[in-house]
Design a protein around this ligand. Structure first.
Ligand code: ADP
Ligand code: ZN
Ligand code: ZN
Length: 749
């Protein structure tokens, strides 16, 4: 267990310094203090360089002790002190909580939560520079008074002319040296400050750079409710249909927070995909806004982190990992599209940024707003229970009307590029009327598989339980799970027939079909393959926003937060993906995605239409979604989960194990599960342990994947059971031949 209540005030002369180092081991290590001592005294949060085994690693001081369980002569001293002042206390607190809650190594959590350069041991000062300026006394001093120190007099003259001083590099560029600087400094004629390189633009004047919109009745009521909770922990679900003006409510809430001199942290699913959102924040406010996204280099990342820590940045917008940004004066946290699965990290430290945000807001006693048109069932349940305040926006803002959704039966219909005759006809009509159409297809590439018409052979990945997707550009068979790439065979590898046929449709095939059917209309494709270049997506979107007739074909990249005011028809090529999945969340996610996609249509004055193609037009879930909307379906799913004793009614932990030897994996987990059940019985803990069962894709990248599932109504019991099993597994001799991980609140089964 990570040490919990460590002192935050300096400790004089500690006997033992406890350091969290980046290792998967769930323990910290004892060191002797060494010769150096931080300027402000020993504190938790100071980075140090230590020897671990034969490696030198960067760790963080997390505790002090009077005694160690290790014999003194075997303890190593700290090699080097990397910080004079500790990393921020609120940040350290959040990392400790995260490590404990997700049952992850504290050292690894800390390493995950800091910018790469700090993780590598770079001093914070590496990104600062020195600025020299003349003091009052210096300004009053004449060249004559400096006598024979001619160069010093010249330097003082130069500095006196620069009211804001000069940075050290500019001074040396003029031929002055350190000795002259030191000479003047010793006489008290000049002084220096350290400033951060590349600080965000500091703007002055009023907080608002452009006027806010006049809110409609529902928006005003929501904002008023949020204003009531500005100075305390106040969790809010802002549950508003797409286009209902949630972002405008965030903006006006942020305004109130900025007026109090505080900062706003905004988490979004994917910034690179939504530059307009960022642009909207920058346009509205005259304060410094920093964006943390995957396009930043290591220096820029550190600069942004430091600007937030020091309070120079007032608005911080970022994706999942931005939850670990330290804040000088936290005022509000906003999670946009809170249901989005990208907030959960699916490997290593498997945290959920939304859940951590709630805990963090509570710690700071500040409001948190979770916004969505399709809230996660977890969030909805909290709202129903009154744990979160439930605010609704039921109308689209401005003049847009809700789109009309319809199921289209595909059974027995001829398909071209995945599209049936009804969709083709509707597309043609919209194009004739000079409008735009969006075609949503959940599969990139040309076709989901390639098969032999003679013998039924299907191209499969050698390393995974998965079919190979046929791509046109490049012409290859590609595994979407391990990225294995193979040339497309000319003849069937099994029977030699040349009659190989692509099965089903991906974005490339739909694009091809549409180009053939509508040769006069540009077809724009948006998927991971067409948007590898950073600005490619933005260029496409700009074209769409200009409003000329076009066909937009894309994957879920298009479903998130974009406004397409000229799109009047949305076609969903296949809605069946979520209907018969092994994952109990599949229907929830599928319904959210359909609703989000549908929300792209008809934002401006033209009403929108949504055609949803399916082979299961009678599926009760789909029908409920179409006829009564996401909220009605969500209520039903919640009820089903309750009956089935699934989250959010119960809590879950998944132990995932992988290795080369499937039977060994099964037997270790079998043994572990049995031992755990015995222990649970002895302890009288109500925790269910299911498995071991094969993971949904049992073989991935040549390794086998097996899992154990723990669930309980009470988190504390589940937590204890997980910790016990984790220790058991770590101690098991077989554990060296397998890798396992603990996933608390798993989002994927
Ligand atoms: P959401 O975030 O709920 O999808 P947005 O905040 O992006 O919705 O608003 C959708 C559109 O409606 C935007 O173009 C926005 O400028 C406009 N809008 C929002 N609120 C208002 C309002 N009160 N009056 C007029 N237009 C508004
Ligand atoms: Zn064949
Ligand atoms: Zn593969």
């Amino acid at each position: 267990m990570p040490p919990d209540q460590a002192p935050d005030s300096p400790t004089a002369d500690p006997a033992i310094v406890v350091v969290a180092v980046p290792t998967p081991l769930r323990r910290c290590f004892d060191y002797l203090p060494g010769n150096e001592q931080p300027a402000g005294g020993w504190c938790c949060g100071v980075r140090v360089r230590v020897t671990l085994g034969r490696r030198q690693v960067v760790g963080i001081v997390v505790d002090f002790r009077a005694h160690s369980d290790v014999e003194r002569h075997r303890l190593k001293p700290i090699e080097a002190l990397l910080d004079q002042t500790p990393l921020p206390a609120d940040w350290l607190w959040l990392c400790r909580f995260t490590a404990r809650y997700y049952q992850h190594s504290l050292g690894d959590t800390l390493a995950n939560a800091m910018p790469v350069l700090l993780r590598q041991g770079r001093p914070l000062e590496a990104r600062t520079r020195t600025r020299w300026f003349a003091t009052e006394q210096g300004l009053a001093t004449t060249a004559e008074q400096l006598g024979r120190a001619r160069r010093q007099a010249e330097l003082l003259g130069v500095l006196s002319q620069h009211r804001h001083g000069l940075v050290a590099s500019a001074i040396t560029a003029q031929g002055f040296d350190q000795a002259q600087l030191r000479g003047l400094h010793d006489k008290g004629l000049i002084d220096s400050t350290r400033e951060w390189l590349a600080a965000p633009e500091r703007r002055s004047g009023p907080v608002l750079a452009e006027p806010s919109l006049t809110l409609n009745h529902e928006q005003s009521a929501a904002l008023a409710a949020m204003h009531e909770g500005l100075d305390r922990f106040h969790p809010v679900l802002l549950h508003g249909v797409t286009g209902s003006g949630k972002t405008e409510v965030y903006l006006q809430l942020i305004e109130a927070v900025l007026d109090r001199g505080r900062q706003a942290l905004i988490l979004v699913p994917e910034i690179a995909l939504t530059p307009q959102t960022l642009e909207r924040f920058r346009r509205r406010f005259s304060v410094a806004v920093v964006a943390l996204h995957s396009g930043l280099n290591d220096n820029e990342r550190l600069d942004a982190w430091e600007a937030a820590r020091a309070g120079r940045a007032r608005i911080i917008i970022g994706t999942r990992s931005a939850i670990f940004t330290p804040l000088a004066a936290p005022g509000v946290i906003i999670i946009d599209e809170e249901h989005d699965s990208s907030f959960k990290q699916h490997e290593g430290l498997r945290y959920h940024a939304r859940d951590l945000a709630v805990v963090r807001a509570q710690h700071h006693a500040i409001p948190i707003v979770m916004g969505s048109a399709t809230p996660a069932l977890e969030t909805l349940r909290h709202a129903h229970q009154g744990v979160y305040r439930h605010l609704r926006l039921t109308q689209r803002a401005g003049h847009a009307r809700p789109a009309d959704m319809r199921l289209v039966d595909l059974r027995g219909r001829p398909l071209r590029g995945g599209l049936g005759p009804q969709a083709m006809k509707a597309i043609g009509e919209q194009l004739d009327a000079g409008r735009q159409v969006l075609i949503f297809i959940n599969r990139r590439g040309f076709a989901p598989s390639l098969s032999c018409h003679e013998c039924g052979w299907i191209g499969e990945c050698r390393h995974c339980d998965a079919r190979l997707t046929l791509h046109r550009q490049p012409h290859q068979l590609i595994c979407h799970h391990c990225d294995t790439r193979l040339p497309v065979p000319d003849a069937c590898p099994s029977c030699g027939s040349a009659d190989l046929r692509p099965q089903g449709a991906g974005t490339e095939r739909t694009e091809e079909t549409l180009s053939e059917a509508f040769p006069d209309t540009p077809v724009l494709r948006v998927d991971r393959d067409t948007t590898r270049r950073r600005d490619a997506l933005e260029q496409t979107l700009t074209r769409v926003r200009r409003g000329e007739p076009c066909l937009l074909v894309g994957t879920q990249m298009l479903a998130k937060g974009h406004h397409f005011p000229h799109v009047t028809l949305v076609v969903v090529v296949n809605a069946d993906g979520g209907l018969y999945s092994a994952d109990f969340r599949a229907m929830e996610h599928s319904a959210a995605l359909l609703t989000q996609v549908a929300g792209r249509a008809g934002r401006a004055s033209h009403p929108g239409q949504v055609l949803i193609q399916t082979h299961h037009p009678d599926d009760p879930g789909l029908r409920l979604l179409i006829e009564q909307g996401f909220d009605a379906l969500a209520e039903q799913l919640l009820e089903e989960r309750r009956m089935a004793r699934l989250p959010p009614w119960r809590h879950m932990v998944l132990i995932r194990a992988e290795g080369q030897d499937a039977s060994m994996l099964h037997s270790v987990l079998e043994e572990g599960g049995n031992a755990l059940r015995v222990w649970l019985g002895e302890q009288g803990l109500a925790v269910d342990c299911l498995g071991p069962v094969p993971a949904p894709m049992e073989r991935r990248q040549t390794r086998w994947h097996v899992q154990l599932m723990l669930s309980a109504e009470r988190r504390s019991a589940l937590h204890r059971a997980t910790a016990w099993l984790d220790e058991w597994l770590a101690a098991h001799p077989g554990s060296r031949r397998l890798r396992y991980s603990v996933d608390v609140d798993p989002q994927e089964m």
